[in-house]
Design a protein around this ligand. Sequence first.
Ligand SMILES: Nc1ncnc2c1ncn2[C@@H]1O[C@H](COP(=O)(O)OP(=O)(O)O)[C@@H](O)[C@H]1O
Ligand SMILES: [Mg+2]
Length: 230
Amino acid sequence: MLAELKNVTRYYQQEGVTTRNLIIDQVSLGIEENESLAVIGPSGSGKSTLLNILGSLDKPSSGKVVLDGAEVDLLDEKELAAIRNRFIGFVFQQHHLLPQLTLIENVLLPVLPVKDKAKQREATDRAHNLIERVGLKTLVHRRPAHLSVGECQRAAVVRALVNQPRLLLADEPTGSLDSEHAMQLAQLLGELNREQNLAVVVVTHSMEVASYMGKIYRITSEKLQLTEKR
Ligand SMILES: Nc1ncnc2c1ncn2[C@@H]1O[C@H](COP(=O)(O)OP(=O)(O)O)[C@@H](O)[C@H]1O
Ligand SMILES: [Mg+2]
């Protein structure tokens, strides 16, 4: 199992207030290697909360998170950061490309801290291959202001993959795209899942986007339920 949530509950509690705001309740989820899955649910249903806990960006109120066989709770910040960096790629609704850098410079940012020269070369080669794969080859020297939102989002996907993570976590990755480009990106994520030895988790409120993933889960009343694919 690549990643696992075991009976994960997350609530928010305001200081001085006794009632808790329960967001997700006793959720368990296993993600196998090479699996692709979507988590759907309306705005405010806890999708980002779930994804952030899975990516160890947030901690559950109770329950366990296991990443790459390691129980997240038992790791210190440094060990956790190392797992996050080598094991997980993140894509968000906003691409977060740096405006002063070109597409290729943005994509290669995660390669800069890599000290081993051979590994750096490898990551750079991988970046160029992925750029070609997602159809951005002729645009590598452009800055984000001269790229479309869809092109920026594809660049953000490449940036998330240059250090060869095993798990890609995408939070509303198509949220800034029109429906045609949203479908293209969803399809791309499905293809990368199949081609790159990569598990993909996409959080979305769009059933259409979700349909490109192998499994679809829905958050309903703080619980996660597997949905039949139509
Ligand atoms: N830091 C926080 N403090 C209190 N409540 C929060 C916090 N973050 C999220 N929430 C609440 O948790 C619920 C789920 O949020 P979220 O996971 O962002 O939902 P979604 O991504 O499905 O739109 C919302 O009601 C939101 O207001
Ligand atoms: Mg969200």
